[in-house]
Design a protein around this ligand. Structure first.
Ligand code: GEK
Length: 231
């Protein structure tokens, strides 16, 4: 059988991205909606808000809608030229903040400063595990006290039974949203070396070591979860 190429965030993926992520990630819509509520709670006057790995800007828009504090700026970062170009074209106008700045870059190279809200919404899982601690330390160092990192990830479980069960249920979810068994298995191969999930305790321990003071899961649906890490 032909080898399946590694998954890439190119123009073809950008074209179908919103449909793909909604049909693939249980709870994605709920998380996007709640990012607005969380931003309302955590955005501080005159601070910066970062959406790291913004894709087409779903979380960016929720952050913009949620801001109630005066004088905030949003910075949306993605290293896919196709994603960031489309995000910039379609983001729309917001009167809640002093605008959205788009940066096409590897998020590991972007400076984080004076931040009150940072989202890594299903992005950290694409960063090589060896680079994750340094990235989270950089984010933590660039945040104001009382600010929040919203970290959403696909996860694995230490318990082998639960891990297998939740992976199977996720495949059922994808099947129910119109993906065939062949598509599911080809996507799994394409993501194998690209999306590397970790356990919830591994995420929690690393966030605490990076300097966040309060860390826990606020949302979970099968093997997808979102955490709050308060600085
Ligand atoms: C959403 N947050 O809709 N530097 C910058 N961007 C990167 C990097 C990197 N090193 N690696 C991957 N990306 C979005 C969804 S998608 C999740 C995020 C998914 C970008 C990549 O180009 C893609 O746009 C995004 O991270 C991950 O709320 O496809 O499962």
């Amino acid at each position: 059988m032909a080898k399946i190429a590694d998954f890439r965030f190119d123009a073809d993926v950008a074209d179908v991205f919103t449909d793909m992520i909604e049909r693939s990630v249980p709870g994605y819509r709920s998380i996007i909606t709640m990012i607005e509520t969380l931003t309302e709670h955590y955005a501080q006057p005159g601070s910066k808000l970062y959406d790291l790995g913004c894709s087409l800007g779903a979380a960016t828009r929720s952050m913009a809608r949620g801001i109630k504090a005066e004088g905030c700026q949003i910075i949306a970062v993605d290293n896919s030229a196709a994603m960031i170009a489309r995000c910039e074209e379609t983001i729309g106008e917001f009167h809640t903040c002093e605008g959205v700045k788009f940066i096409e870059s590897d998020l590991r190279a972007v400076e984080i400063e004076d931040a009150s809200v940072v989202t890594l919404n299903f992005t950290l899982q694409f960063i090589p595990p060896a680079d994750r601690a340094a990235l989270l330390e950089k984010i933590s160092a660039g945040m104001r006290p009382g600010g929040v990192l919203i970290l959403s990830e696909k996860v694995v479980f230490e318990d082998a039974h639960l891990d297998g069960l939740l992976a199977d249920i996720h495949h059922d979810f994808k099947r129910a949203h119109g993906y065939s068994d062949l598509e599911i298995s080809q996507k799994r191969s394409a993501l194998e070396n690209v999306l590397i999930p970790e356990t919830i305790p591994a995420h929690r321990d690393r966030l605490l070591a990076a300097g966040f003071t309060s860390v826990d899961v606020w949302f979970q649906c099968f093997n997808f979860m979102s955490m709050l890490a308060v600085k």
